[in-house]
Design a protein around this ligand. Structure first.
Ligand SMILES: C[S@@+](CC[C@H](N)C(=O)[O-])C[C@H]1O[C@@H](n2cnc3c(N)ncnc32)[C@H](O)[C@@H]1O
Length: 231
């Protein structure tokens, strides 16, 4: 698929998700893996944080409460997600949302002490360019944190491929390598299992049965993080 077409079809796909209310739905789905990530990040009250692929903005609003003297921005390729994020955040002056792509982040160099991204990076047409852009807008000594449920080390998610727009199914060590190539140091990965109970009568489309969904949640989401060297 031609590059411009790929971005446009991603935008349309996620505009559809937004129109169907999935932006808000993901808050409930991703919260059990987001909270342990936030705990590990140990945010200070005055941090400036960017959320890349922020969807309807729930994580931006949550982080804003954790950094009462700081500021938080979210960007997303989907203009409908951003419209909903702005609507849900009306009157909050420390949060800001912009339409933008991970590989063209609409902020100057060294703008944020932290960058986060949940369940978005495997959709980016060019993940290497996205992580390089994140490194550009991260301040020296700041850090980037990417959390994803779709990665090759977890065999219980591979059946998603035909259900998703074009995606990248990379190994954890390949994500780490992208961080290092972008200039991050102290790069590590870990897993965040999801303790949410699975009902026996699961009949969704993403997993064969309840047993597979349980195995998937036990394997956990992949968390990759790295630090931008000090100037
Ligand atoms: C599965 S949703 C996750 C949204 C949000 N992080 C959450 O947890 O609710 C993936 C999001 O990534 C966004 N996205 C996909 N490709 C992107 C890109 N290249 N740049 C910025 N956002 C992108 C989509 O528009 C969508 O809102």
């Amino acid at each position: 698929m031609e590059e411009a077409t790929r971005y446009e079809s991603l935008r349309q796909e996620f505009n559809r998700w937004a129109a169907e209310g999935k932006g808000q739905g993901m808050e409930h789905e991703h919260m059990p893996i987001a909270l342990p990530m936030l705990e590990r990040m140990r945010l200070r009250p005055d941090e400036a944080v960017l959320d890349v692929g922020c969807g309807s903005g729930w994580l931006v609003r949550l982080i804003a409460r954790l950094v009462p003297q700081g500021r938080v921005a979210g960007i997303d390729l989907s203009d409908e997600m951003i419209r909903q994020a702005r609507e849900a955040s009306a009157g909050q002056d420390r949060v800001r949302f912009e339409v933008g792509s991970a590989d063209h982040i609409p902020f100057p160099d060294d703008s944020f002490s932290r960058a986060v991204s949940i369940e978005s990076a495997y959709y980016w047409p060019d993940p290497a360019a996205g992580i390089t852009e994140i490194a550009r807008v991260t301040k020296p000594s700041g850090s980037a944190w990417i959390l994803i449920n779709y990665y090759r080390d977890n065999p219980e998610c591979h059946q998603w491929a035909p259900l998703l727009p074009p995606t990248h199914l990379l190994w954890a060590r390949e994500w780490e390598e992208l961080f290092r190539q972008a200039g991050f140091t102290d790069v590590h990965h870990g897993r965040i299992p999801d303790p949410t109970p699975v009902p026996d009568d699961y009949h969704g489309r993403w997993f064969r049965d309840a047993a597979q969904l349980r195995r998937f949640r036990a394997e956990g989401a992949l968390l990759v993080h790295g630090t931008k060297p000090s100037a």
